[in-house]
Ligand binder design. Structure first.
Ligand code: FES
Length: 137
């Protein structure tokens, strides 16, 4: 599964116009990705240019049980820096985040969170989410 969920409101997204960095901090390691706007969408799952979309397309695995269509909360991440440069969450995203363990004010769904590239973004992958930030093949 992948692409856009037709049953939810469309997120208002501003795509980046210049390169920026996403730093993903997992429980065991940190990965830094240089985002090239020309490569968006990086792969199929998640909104184009979302944290999930860029990470998966760069070979960094983040859990995404529903395929990146805002229908689960397994891609829950905490945006520690650069949250202001990301699109506003939709009501559907807030609904899913309500289900996410340990969700707080900086929580987002990685598949719905699209930074606009005006600043670098630091993202924490929650420790209680096992199996995250492992290199792809
Ligand atoms: S992967 Fe299911 S909500 Fe993001």
């Amino acid at each position: 599964m992948g692409g856009i969920n037709p049953y939810i409101a469309k997120a208002e997204v501003e795509l980046p116009k210049k390169a920026y960095k996403i730093r993903l901090q997992g429980p065991d390691k940190t990965v830094e990705i240089e985002v090239d706007p020309a490569k968006i969408p990086y792969c199929e799952p998640g909104l184009p240019g979302s944290i999930l979309n860029v990470a998966l397309g760069s070979g960094v695995e983040i859990e995404h049980a529903c395929g990146g269509v805002c229908a689960c909360s397994t891609c829950h991440v905490i945006v520690k820096q650069g949250l202001d440069s990301c699109n506003e969450p939709t009501d559907d995203e807030y609904d899913q985040l309500d289900e996410a363990p340990g969700a707080g004010l900086q929580s987002r769904l990685a598949c719905q969170c699209v930074p606009n590239g005006t600043t670098d973004v630091v993202v924490e992958i929650p420790e209680w989410n096992k199996n995250l930030v492992k290199e792809g093949h």
